[in-house]
Write a protein that binds this ligand. Structure first.
Ligand SMILES: *Cc1c(COP(=O)(O)O)cnc(C)c1O
Length: 242
């Protein structure tokens, strides 16, 4: 776990405001209303104290990549801030043996890329909880090495998720290959946007395009992102990759 003791509460507020300024400016550039883009704070590798600081600064939605680490923080934050329910998003790869933990502890999952995982999440969602909010992770670069549903398979998967009882299909998540230059970044994100629009035209009630991170959120917003997933710009540089 990264050491967070050097970061004060003031720092969390400043970083949150700086990120919001970036998303507001990008919205302005793209002639979009600021409220159409939300910020998901990606707290992977940072301790519960860091999430607590960011929550006290006003942030309510947090994203985690590693399931067990995320669950530990969900539980810790419920004890630290019992009166302030946070919204937890699972954004990392999910193995079959981890679906139960995800179904029991998270509110959203951005990284569903195959039917088997979706079915297990729906079956394992506890009945006292709201339906799990789901995005299909789409491999928009068609890279063989990357997780995510292929562009060709994603629409069928979306329809299958839509039909599952304890899941609500919300949209698409993507992580494009990093490319140099704003226009090239926008072009990559626009492949996800095009698919998203196809789904809407086909009658799927999707409203979430989860794309853009600390380094490319402006391009993602220009291409239509509704949710940017921001780690480094909010919490600082992570000490190990993830
Ligand atoms: C780590 C991560 C992020 C945040 O990346 P930063 O560059 O630190 O903002 C966003 N999305 C996913 C899926 C991630 O794994």
């Amino acid at each position: 776990m990264n050491d967070y003791t050097h970061n004060s509460g003031d720092d969390a507020l400043k970083r949150l405001q700086a990120v919001r300024q970036r998303t507001d400016a990008a919205c302005h550039q793209a002639r979009r209303e600021s409220h159409t883009v939300s910020v998901l704070a990606v707290s992977k590798t940072w301790p519960a104290a860091a999430v607590h600081g960011m929550a006290m600064a006003g942030q309510t939605s947090f994203g985690e990549n590693y399931i067990q680490e995320g669950v530990d923080k969900v539980v810790a934050l419920r004890a630290l801030l019992p009166d302030r329910p946070l919204v937890w998003h699972c954004i990392g790869p999910i193995q079959s043996n981890k679906t139960k933990l995800v179904a029991e502890h998270f509110d959203w999952v951005h990284s569903v890329d195959r039917l088997k995982i979706a079915q297990r999440l729906s079956e394992q969602r506890p009945s006292h909880l709201q339906a799990l909010q789901v995005c299909v992770q789409v491999n928009i670069d068609q890279a063989a090495t990357k997780s995510g549903s292929s562009l060709g398979d994603a629409t069928a998967l979306a329809q299958q998720i839509h039909a599952l009882p304890n899941l609500v299909l919300r949209g698409i998540m993507c992580i494009p290959d990093s490319v140099e230059g704003f226009d090239a970044q926008v072009a990559a994100f626009e492949r996800a946007t095009a698919l998203f629009k196809q789904w809407q035209q086909a009658g799927l009630a999707v409203d979430t395009l989860s794309m853009g991170m600390s380094g490319d959120m402006e391009a993602a917003i220009s291409a239509g992102s509704t949710m940017v997933r921001v780690g480094t710009a909010l919490f600082g540089a992570r000490q190990y990759a993830g």
